[in-house]
Ligand binder design. Structure first.
Ligand code: SF4
Ligand code: SF4
Length: 80
């Protein structure tokens, strides 16, 4: 049971830096899961609850505004 839970936690998160983003929308077009959206402050953002971690937005961004970072939840689960 505990092993099943560990497998469901993504190893990485994709994070969008609004300060670097030039709002070209390439990531939004690439995302097949509607996980890229425009938030209340009119910046692009990634909804990690819908994100499948495919990396398409990350590869598509022309200004490297999207980062692939280790998921702290995954690391905490591995430590338990
Ligand atoms: S990693 Fe894939 S699923 Fe997640 S926001 Fe980027 S394109 Fe969408
Ligand atoms: S692809 Fe990069 S620059 Fe374009 S909207 Fe997405 S995060 Fe911003």
């Amino acid at each position: 049971m505990a092993d099943e839970k560990k497998k469901k936690i993504p190893k990485f998160n994709f994070i969008l830096d609004a300060d670097s983003c030039m709002a070209c929308a390439a990531c939004e077009w690439e995302c097949a899961d509607d996980a890229v959206y425009v938030d209340d402050t009119v910046n692009y953002a990634i909804d990690l609850n819908n994100c499948k971690r495919c990396g398409r937005c990350y590869r598509a961004c022309p200004v490297d505004a999207i980062s692939r970072i280790p998921n702290p939840e995954y690391q905490a689960a591995q430590a338990n």
